[in-house]
Design a protein around this ligand. Structure first.
Ligand code: UFG
Length: 334
């Protein structure tokens, strides 16, 4: 029996593939390589370059493999971009979900672990945020994922499908052995951008907004190590296979850092002074996102192991130093 990883060539998906194969699982990857990189995928996994929206290609994947569970990482995930191109998000994320759910039903796949996001909450009424607070997404990205959760939930009530939705806060860091890490084109995430600035890969570092209602005026986020995040996915699949009901969990560390604190921590890790400039707020950004992840700990038995911000940045730094251009070498130039 195999585990299917959709979006397994992306930043988070590739870390899941690596950990699963290291644990002896038979892993199948589907990725259309629109934002992912073939070389990020562990060579021990079986790879299909295809789009989830392509129903007949997905039929072949399910027919050729005996799939016991699915991790669904494949989506567009940029808050800022979604404010400018909302339809891209509703079509690719939400629309494609319909085809996927049809295929899961047709091929009798009963377990789905879904990548959701803290962006479903929007500007929170209280922090830390627990799963039941009202959801008011402040970006099409967040709403595209909230809609996906709702669609999965309705389908799970009428079929044999059981799902776990994991609402990630800000995922960062790289694999402990530095063989894979975060690489986007273009990069928009704070920690890799800060480290690219240190490496001289960018001329400027901009901090978007210093007039938020936070301790230093900059946005606060709950940064979670990608390795801990993947542990939670593996526990979630086990929970479903052991008969657990469909469920939703936050994944973060119940604490937050401002942008200025992240820059300070990066200065400590890299040993270099990091200059920056303030810019206007970025559209769609909530001021503060901090997870209450007690439910994941209690129900899944999830125990974070790498929650020190210096460790998260140091692991990212190790990867970036070894791969200053990320995965963007000749492959994307072809
Ligand atoms: N930021 C800067 N300068 C930059 C890049 C980012 O100031 O060059 C700021 C952003 O404005 C934001 C903070 O740093 O205030 C974090 O931004 P990221 O782009 O790193 O992350 P986001 O919080 O926008 O989004 C990430 C994921 C989403 C997820 C969200 C949940 O991309 O998928 O975390 O918190 F929904």
């Amino acid at each position: 029996m195999s585990i299917l990883v959709l979006g397994g060539a992306g930043y988070i998906g590739s870390h899941a593939v690596k950990k699963l194969v290291e644990q002896g699982e038979d892993v199948i990857v589907v990725d259309n390589l629109s934002t992912g990189y073939r070389k990020a995928v562990d060579a021990r996994a079986k790879f299909y370059e295809c789009d989830i929206a392509d129903g007949s290609a997905m039929d072949a994947v399910f027919n050729e493999n005996d799939i016991k569970g699915v991790f669904h990482f494949a989506a567009f995930s940029l808050v800022g971009e979604s404010m400018e191109q909302p339809l891209k998000y509703f079509q690719n994320n939400t629309g494609t979900m319909l085809t996927l759910l049809e295929k899961l039903n047709e091929h009798d796949v009963k377990h789905l672990v879904f990548s959701s996001t803290a962006a479903v909450y929007g500007e929170p009424e209280e922090v830390p945020i627990h799963e039941e607070v009202p959801k008011h997404p402040s970006s099409p990205y967040g709403d595209s994922k909230l809609m996906m959760e709702k669609i999965i939930s309705w389908v799970s009530r009428t079929t044999d499908l059981n799902f776990v939705s994991l609402r990630y806060f800000n995922v960062a860091g790289a694999s402990k052995d530095s063989t894979i890490g975060e690489s986007h084109d273009p990069e928009t995430h704070l920690i890799p951008i800060v480290l690219e600035r240190v490496l001289g890969k960018r001329e400027k570092l901009y901090v978007f907004g210093n007039d938020y209602d936070t301790k230093d005026g900059t946005c606060i986020r709950d940064y979670i190590h990608v390795e801990d995040l993947i542990d939670a996915h593996i526990l979630a699949l086990k929970y479903l296979m052991d008969g657990g009901n469909s469920n939703i969990f936050n994944l973060g560390y119940n604490r937050g850092y401002s942008i200025l604190e992240i820059i300070k921590a990066a200065e400590k890790v890299t040993g270099q002074k990091i200059e920056f400039e303030y810019r206007d707020r970025r559209a769609g950004d909530p001021s503060i996102l901090i997870a209450d992840s007690g439910k994941a700990m209690d129900t899944l038995g999830w125990q974070p192991k790498h929650n020190k911000i210096h460790e998260i940045i140091a692991d990212a730094w190790n990867w970036h130093q070894k791969n200053p251009d990320g995965w963007m070498t000749d492959e994307k130039a072809d």
